[in-house]
Design a protein around this ligand. Structure first.
Ligand code: B12
Ligand code: SF4
Ligand code: SF4
Length: 398
């Protein structure tokens, strides 16, 4: 058998990844040592909240060969998820509607991407018999963004998400850990990732912009390139099964599953590509549905309707908890008060506490005290600014 030409193989891998529907692919080595101290600092500050799995694997997260012995390269892939007609501004504007993060309107990406990565692995085996690989998608033990930066897929912006100048940031990441010496991808992103490590300063296309830091409703981006998950709407509506901190509830507005604000304000998302995958288009009208309609769902209906959706993973109680808060943030309505009150007898203690909070908000609004009105206007001010920016800057997706 002739020796393997890894350069040619890498080019073939890129072609196969396109055939499999990935939006981009890059290859990196496995040295993440420069990120170890950042990860340690993040954990030491408690920014992971109750995501214990983030700390459990320790520095193995930054050491791919400890995670999968034999690994010498990581193939990182990008998959664009922005659905057609995302209706970002129109839904954020209507406080009676439910805003669900646009990545979660269709099918769960984990299975879909892992299957495609496995298929990519099979293709490689056909050309290279002595080959082992393992796919990862959003797996806690992997530092996906630093790997993707090194592989040249983009740069980690000040909101910490990966951005690409031609594709914005509406995409998922996934990896294939491999044990063959593929050539490492080199481009402006991988070069600046290396430079950042050498000089200990980040130079990238964020420049002097701080729009994401300013627009974040809960001030979760505590410094450039650092998110305190405990303050992030994505964390307390998806990851955490606990009570939502009271001071953050009014800032959630109508966002009941995740949050897109820091990406919506980012000027690079003007260049975002629409997803080609039918799987990421909205199902069950989740892109344009009222809070009251969702709150009326039974647990059985929730489980059946959301088969295959990432939303199902949070469970029915967290789902009700989130909608109750959003109903508390909606304008006063007798119908909302009735719906909240009627849900109480069958709800868990956690949900009852959130319903009670929502009822107090509704009753305060009914009395229309000046203090309440001023507080609400203040909370909605940032969202209104975001809506104007989306309508002006992202008309296709507004
Ligand atoms: C835990 C987690 C969360 C947490 C914490 C988020 C965070 N920013 O750390 C919560 C629940 C809040 C979250 C939210 C979201 N997440 Co999330 N999340 C993850 C997960 C599992 C781990 C991230 C992690 O390790 N964080 C810890 C920090 C320390 O690591 P890091 O950010 O990767 O590494 C950074 C540091 O080294 C730092 N850094 C580098 N240089 C420098 C320099 C200086 C000076 C400093 C200070 C720091 C610094 O930047 C590195 C790269 O960003 C990843 C998947 C994975 N396994 O990686 C998905 C992932 C990051 N999430 C993703 C998504 C889509 C989201 C949401 C957009 C979902 C939503 N719409 O609600 C939000 C966005 C919120 C935000 N602004 O981050 C995608 C991001 C895709 C992309 N384009 O980048 C990922 C990659 C999942 C995937 N497979 O696609 N997420
Ligand atoms: S996802 Fe929302 S809450 Fe989280 S950092 Fe971005 S803007 Fe802030
Ligand atoms: S909004 Fe500005 S600072 Fe934030 S990620 Fe985008 S370009 Fe960077």
């Amino acid at each position: 058998m002739s020796p393997i030409n890894y350069q040619e193989l890498a080019e073939k891998i890129k072609c196969w990844s396109k055939e499999l529907g990935f939006s981009d692919l890059g290859i990196s080595n496995i040295d993440l040592s420069a990120h170890e101290s950042m990860l340690e600092r993040w954990l030491a500050n408690g920014y992971h909240g109750n995501m214990d799995y983030m700390a459990r694997h320790g520095l193995m997260r930054a050491r791919p060969a400890e995670l999968v012995p034999g690994t010498i390269r990581v193939i990182s892939v990008r998959l664009d998820y922005l659905p057609h007609n995302a209706k970002f501004a129109s839904i954020l504007k209507d406080k009676n509607k439910a805003y669900i993060s646009r990545y979660a309107l269709g099918r769960d990406y984990h299975k879909l991407m892992r299957k495609r990565l496995q298929q990519l692995g099979k293709k490689i085996v056909e050309h290279c018999s002595d080959f082992n690989c393992r796919p990862f998608v959003d797996s806690a033990p992997v530092m996906e963004r630093p790997l993707a930066e090194k592989a040249g897929l983009g740069w980690a912006g000040k909101h910490t998400l990966l951005i690409n100048k031609e594709a914005g940031s509406w995409f998922f990441l996934g990896e294939l850990f491999v044990d063959i010496p593929l050539p490492i991808s080199r481009n402006e992103y991988s070069e600046s990732a290396i430079k950042a490590i050498e000089t200990q300063t980040k130079t990238n296309d964020c420049g002097t912009c701080v729009a994401c830091i300013k627009i974040c409703p809960t001030k979760a981006i505590v410094e450039p390139y650092t998110v305190d998950a405990r303050r992030c709407i994505s964390y307390f509506t998806i990851e955490s099964p606990d009570a939502i901190p009271i001071e953050l509830r009014p800032l959630m507005g109508n966002r009941i599953y995740g949050c897109d604000d820091c990406q919506l304000i980012c000027p690079w998302n003007k260049y975002a590509k629409l997803s080609l995958a039918d799987d990421f288009q909205a199902r069950n009208n989740l892109d344009d549905i009222s809070l009251l309609e969702l709150f009326a769902w039974s647990e059985e209906y929730f489980l059946n309707t959301l088969q295959g959706s990432p939303i199902r993973r949070i469970g029915f109680q967290s789902w009700l908890r989130n909608i109750a808060v959003a109903l508390g943030n909606a304008p006063y309505s007798d119908v909302i008060v009735t719906a909240l009150t009627e849900k109480r007898p069958d709800a868990s203690d956690l949900v009852v506490e959130h319903i009670n909070w929502a009822l107090v908000q509704q009753s305060d609004k009914k009395m229309l005290s000046e203090k309440v009105a001023a507080e609400q206007a203040k909370n909605h001010r940032l969202t209104l600014r975001l809506i104007r920016s989306v309508e002006k800057g992202l008309p296709r997706d507004a």
